[in-house]
Design a protein. Structure first.
Length: 189
């Protein structure tokens, strides 16, 4: 069982604090806060099973769904991304963006984001290491996707990278990785 609060940062301008899990019908909701430096934010991604909501406490958030123009929200406004809805967001202001947030059902969001952030931080804050991304996106492909990485590379190259990484012992750090959510849950996609 995870202890809260649980803090992660990626070295590239994003900090997340998971403050607690709340038991609800349909799965636990993990709630917390994020702080995003000006211009920073995650690339286009999708939570296949989870809804994500961000309520701006301070600053201005920019957000976008594929094929749509960027949109913006300010203090007191909430942006919701439904399960399976690809999106990206960033700090569109000049000072730190602060939001309260939730992900429901929580699934493996805390582990996945913690591992991605740790890899990015080890890699100088620029982006997570390719071998880590390959492992994590392969393992949790029923829950998360990164649209910034071409699908063909994910289908053909990632399995090879994961096999090489296993041979080289690169994934020992993931021995505590929880099991991915499987088929019955992915039927919701």
């Amino acid at each position: 069982m995870r202890e809260y609060p649980y803090f992660i940062e990626n070295g590239g301008g994003e900090r997340l604090t998971f403050s607690r899990r709340i038991a609800e019908s349909g799965g636990d909701r993990v709630v917390g806060e994020n702080v995003v430096a000006p211009g920073a934010g995650p690339p286009m991604h999708v939570h296949y099973l989870q809804e994500e909501a961000l309520t701006v406490v301070q600053g201005r958030i920019g957000f976008q769904r594929p094929g749509e123009k960027p949109a913006f929200a300010g203090a007191g406004e909430t942006v919701v991304f439904r399960a399976g809805e690809a999106h990206r967001f960033w700090n569109a202001g000049q000072s730190d963006l602060r939001c309260t947030a939730y992900i429901k059902p929580a699934g493996n969001a805390e582990y996945f984001l913690g591992a991605i952030f740790a890899s990015q931080k080890r890699n100088g804050g620029r982006r997570p290491a390719l071998m880590d991304v390959a492992f994590l996106l392969q393992r949790y492909r029923t829950e998360f996707g990164m649209l910034a990485i071409p699908p063909l590379a994910q289908r053909l190259v990632f399995p090879v990278l994961v096999a090489v990484g296993r041979l080289l012992g690169r994934y020992v750090k993931y021995t505590d990785a929880p099991e991915p959510i499987q088929a019955s849950a992915t039927a919701q996609r």
